[in-house]
Design a protein around this ligand. Structure first.
Ligand code: B12
Length: 236
């Protein structure tokens, strides 16, 4: 029998997968976590829904459990590490669209060690056909700028999860704007996001980036709308 289309997947089914993924990640059961995501993929739940509805929501809950003292820091690390591997498997399973000729630089600003969210964004852009340079966690500002200069991307995606990296994010956006408007510059969009930006949107807006989005799904939608006219600005 043919696989059901994603539209036939009920919210209850998604909630059940989320519950199972959360329980597996929380108890460090990597095989069970991979099995849940395998099931989502077989039922053709889109990758961006797997990322946001299943994995991101589960990790948010695991963060709450840690704050409530129900799990240890090591338990939280185990959940994150197994999720990194599961994300890699999921990505390899879903075929990418043909290359679209666009380049993005995606990474964490200096001081931000939360690399999983921007890794999801990198994966989703790759599946849309982008070439992505992912700089990972805690990227020093000068070398981040160097990657941008050398690769001349259409989009630069910065992730800032905690208040302690806000100043680095503000500084990097300012330098990117200088780079863009200089004589050797070229048009590219600057997006900022991550937990800090979601909690403090006004503060982040003052940095002067072109836009934000609440999650990876929102980012890929906005980039698709935005890129034909890179000067378009749409915050919020
Ligand atoms: C895993 C984790 C860690 C891991 C990260 C490992 C890794 N390789 O990523 C480690 C152990 C390193 C860590 C450390 C810390 N953490 Co932590 N961590 C988490 C946790 C549990 C999950 C984060 C995660 O991966 N979420 C899933 C991803 C998919 O979601 P996301 O990161 O939000 O990304 C999505 C969106 O934000 C968005 N997005 C992200 N980037 C961008 C960029 C653009 C341009 C756009 C448009 C969108 C976008 O799209 C992503 C995908 O949809 C969260 C809990 C939570 N609520 O998220 C706490 C959490 C983020 N951490 C927190 C804290 C306090 C810390 C520490 C200070 C703890 C400490 N005392 O040492 C340190 C700080 C380290 C640092 N300097 O960065 C707090 C932050 C509170 C705050 N608002 O300031 C949280 C919310 C936990 C809590 N409830 O207190 N952490």
């Amino acid at each position: 029998a043919a696989e059901p289309a994603a539209t036939e997947i009920s919210p209850e089914q998604i909630a059940a997968w989320r519950e199972r993924y959360y329980a597996a990640a929380r108890s460090g059961a990597e095989t069970d976590a991979a099995e849940v995501i395998g099931e989502c993929l077989r039922r053709r739940l889109p990758l961006q829904d797997i990322h946001v509805e299943i994995i991101q929501r589960s990790l948010e809950r695991i963060g709450e459990d840690y704050v409530a003292g129900e799990i240890t820091e090591a338990d939280e690390h185990i959940a994150t590490e197994l999720t990194q591997r599961v994300l890699g498997h999921a990505s390899a399973f879903v075929p990418s669209k043909p290359a679209n000729g666009r380049v993005a630089v995606v990474g964490c600003v200096a001081g931000n060690r939360h690399s999983l969210g921007p890794r999801m964004i990198a994966d989703l852009l790759i599946h849309e056909g982008w070439t992505v340079l992912f700089t990972g966690a805690d990227t020093p500002t000068p070398s981040f700028l160097d990657v941008v200069r050398r690769n001349r991307p259409q989009a630069v995606v910065l992730s800032c999860a905690v208040a302690e990296c806000a100043e680095a994010a503000r500084d990097l956006v300012e330098r990117l704007r200088e780079l863009r408007s200089g004589t050797q510059g070229w048009p590219f969009v600057i997006a900022v996001g991550g937990g800090y930006v979601n909690c403090e949107p006004e503060a982040a807006q003052a940095w002067g980036a072109d836009f934000t989005a609440h999650d990876a799904r929102g980012l890929s939608d906005k980039l698709t709308d935005l890129l034909p006219t890179v000067s378009w600005r749409a915050w919020g």
